[in-house]
Each structure stands twice: as C-alpha cells, then as structure tokens.
Design a protein around this ligand. Structure first.
Ligand code: FE2
Length: 432
C-alpha cells in the first residue's frame, strides 16, 4: 500500500497542546484524542485504517522474531566491540540492529576491567559507610526493592566516571547515535559524536535473590508524548494519516521540547538506554527483556485512539508513573518479549529509547547481577540544559536532579572530582 500524502495547501486541523501538565487530565485527554482523530480523518483515512497498517507491520515483525527463535538464532543482535572499533561491522549486522533496535556489545570492556570496577564500587561504598547510612529507597516505583539496596543511588564513583568518559564508551555511543537521523528540516537535532554524560546509578543483585522483576513498560515519557507541541511534531506521521512515513529513528523535534516532570522522568534525550555488565549473567537469571520492535511505538501511540478505549483514558498511561504495556491493550506486542542472551562482565546492553522492556522475575538467582547504567545521550539542547545541574552535582557530590535527593556521596572524600575529568568528560559536561 502506498502512503497517502497530505495535498499541498491542505491545512490540518490544529491540535491543542499543553507545555505543562494540564490541570484537568481527563479533560485534556478527551480533547487531544478527539483532535487527533479529527486530524487523522482529515487525511481521508480512519483511525482504524491507520492502526491496521501499523498492526500489519508489527505482525510481520512478531512473526519474524518467532521464526528467528525457532531457528535457534539470537533475536538480540550481537556485535563485537573490536568490530565497532575497527569499522568492520557487517551490513547484515547493521540491518539487524536497525530492525531490532537493541544490541549486545561483546567485550565492550575487558572482563578484568569490569570486574575490577565492580570491586572498586563495593570498596568505595563500604569505605564510606554507605550501608549504615542507607535509609531505604526513595524511588521504589515498582515496590520490588527490599531493605538492602539493589539499586545503589551512587553516581560519582571513580569506576562509573572512568567508564562514562572512556574512549570505548564514546566510540560505542557514537556508533549507536549514528543509527538515528540527526539532521533534517535544516536543523541539527543532536551531535552524534558527543555524549552528554548522563549520570545514573548502579545495580548490584546478589546470588540467592528472589525478585519479582519489573513489568513491561517504556521510559520516554507519559502523556506529554501526545500533549506537547514538540512530541506532536515528532510523531507527526502517526497523527496525520501518513503512518507509512513514521520512522522511529528520526530525532526531529525530540531533542529540545519540554517533558512533564515526574518521579520516573529522564531529562535527557537518549538515543539508547543501556547498561554495562559488571558480572556474568545467564539469560535465565532475571535479566532484561525487550519487545525488539522500534516501530511498536506507533502501535502504543495510536492504540488509545480506537473506540474501545474510554475517551478520558490513554490506555493506562498517566503522569508520574511509568508507561505501562499490558495484555489488555497490547497483547500483540507482548508476544515478542525477548530476553538478552548470556552476557559476561564487560559486555554492554542497549535498547532504543522508545522500546518496551521488562526485567524477568527470578528465584534464588545464580551469580551476581551487577550493572552500571550508562545510556547514549548525545549533546543536544535538552541535554545541554540538563548538564548545568549535572555540573553542579559533580562539584558537590549531590544526587543528580533527575533522581531522589539522597546525596549520600556529598561527604565522601574519595569521590570523583571535576579535576579528574578527561577531555571526553569535559566535553560531556559542557566544560569546553
Ligand atoms: Fe525502564
């Protein structure tokens, strides 16, 4: 089917937009849904027709993922770091990355390096009395963390900063950013070769852990994805009947607009979410899963516009909570949930920022499950704004602004200092 184009000179029905959280959420939801339906209808197609196009595209991907699994092949693309460094990644590997939207980088760091970092973080926290000072999770969104932390609200260890500002990290981030279209409409939406050094936490999950995991969700936003002007432009092809032209890798209008604040929000624009493994982890030990279909975002954005969803409901999405993906509204997508293969300390794991993900439950976990969260967050207006607060947090050892104000490291004398930054770190913080 060829995509209809909006005839030149046709003006689309306008969309109401809210640059801050609307005072009356149900009313705003009713308004935006009616306006989106009207705009799609103006293309000469119904919402049902547009959604059916998306559904067929997703069905083909779900079938391909099932077939890949049946053949015993890894659904998650795997690329050796050495090939990224040498520029010898094959066209076939690139295609797989683009199609699945996720990636394992094998040997991103030498195993001994990752294991040493893991030990360094333990030493750093123990030396500074973290476990005595720890007062419990300030951000237990999922209610799954016990009295001993699994997610450590630690940001400024030498180990984390060494990884963040390393050449190896910069090279992989640039490789991943290059999957996106970063220039269009005469605008350079982000700088693919410059990361903005987004400080996040670490996770250390000990052997023997029982964990309920985390449900399927995504992290790019909540109601702002439908309600702010910038996101309405970013998802323009979903909302004007030209759904065939929707490209999940187009960064246009995604790197400058506002976001609705909330406990789960990430101020940065991330091309990929990611973490670096600090221990070996087997695929069946409560690991990360994704729905490896970047275009599933089209399904998620359009599904609430179908008539079976109440007018004041966005399919369960609301502010201040993660964007849920459920059997009720998204059964087709959940058929594709796929876990990572076994990873070793030093491998890194990446997934497109819009992609659905979850963490599987585990009982009596074998081995450690330790990771450093480091995304690919290229330099762009949004990330430049956030970097102001990151610079301040580094100076004082505070928890970064996106995270609960726990500030454990402020009095720790051996935390990473601004004077320890290399050129990559300085660029990442806007200090050059
Ligand atoms: Fe998440």
């Amino acid at each position: 089917m060829t995509a209809p184009t909006v005839p030149a000179g046709t003006s689309l029905p306008p969309l109401p937009h809210w640059e801050e959280i609307p005072a009356d959420l149900p009313d705003a939801t009713r308004q935006i849904k009616a306006a989106l339906r009207a705009r799609i209808a103006a293309s000469g197609r119904t919402v049902e027709e547009v959604f059916a196009v998306v559904e067929r595209r997703i069905e083909a991907e779900v079938a391909d993922i099932a077939a890949t699994r049946t053949r015993g092949e890894s659904v998650w693309p795997v690329i050796d770091y050495a090939d990224i460094e040498a520029g010898t990644v094959t066209a076939e590997q690139m295609q797989a990355l683009h199609r699945r939207g996720c990636l394992i980088v094998r040997g991103h760091f030498p195993r001994e390096q990752a294991v040493a970092w893991d030990r360094d973080i333990v030493d750093y926290t123990e030396r500074n009395g973290f476990f005595d000072a720890y007062r419990g999770p300030g951000d237990d969104f999922f209610g799954s963390v016990g009295s001993k932390p699994e997610i450590y609200p630690i940001y400024w260890s030498a180990a984390q900063m060494q990884a963040r500002q390393s050449d190896r990290m910069a090279r992989v981030q640039a490789f991943l950013n290059a999957q996106w279209k970063h220039e269009s409409e005469g605008v350079r939406w982000f700088e693919p070769d410059r990361d903005s050094l987004y400080p996040d936490r670490i996770r250390r999950r000990p052997p023997g852990t029982d964990s309920g995991g985390l449900g399927t969700h995504l992290d790019p936003g909540t109601l702002d994805l439908w309600m702010t002007k910038a996101y309405q432009q970013a998802f323009r092809h979903l909302f004007d009947g030209t759904v065939e032209e929707y490209d999940p890798w187009d960064a246009a209008h995604r790197t400058d607009g506002p976001q609705y604040p909330g406990t789960t929000m990430c101020s940065a624009f991330r091309t990929f979410q990611g973490w670096t493994a600090l221990s070996d982890m087997d695929h069946d030990q409560g690991v990360l899963h994704t729905v490896p279909i970047p275009a599933a975002m089209a399904y998620l954005m359009l599904r609430p516009l179908l008539p079976d969803v109440p007018d004041d409901d966005m399919g369960g999405v609301t502010i201040n909570r993660v964007f849920p993906v459920s059997e009720r509204w998204h059964p087709l997508l959940l058929k594709a949930v796929t876990g990572i293969p076994d990873v070793r300390a030093g491998d890194s794991v990446w997934w497109h920022c819009d992609m659905i993900h979850s963490v599987a439950p585990v009982e009596n976990q074998k081995g450690w499950g330790n990771v450093m969260y480091i995304p690919a967050a290229p330099w762009c207006p949004r990330n430049e704004r956030y970097s102001t607060s990151v610079r301040e947090a580094l100076l004082t050892g505070a928890s970064p602004a996106d995270f609960p104000a726990e500030h454990y490291e402020q009095s720790w004398p051996d935390r990473f200092r601004q004077s320890d930054l290399n050129i990559t770190g300085r660029r990442g913080l806007g200090l050059n």
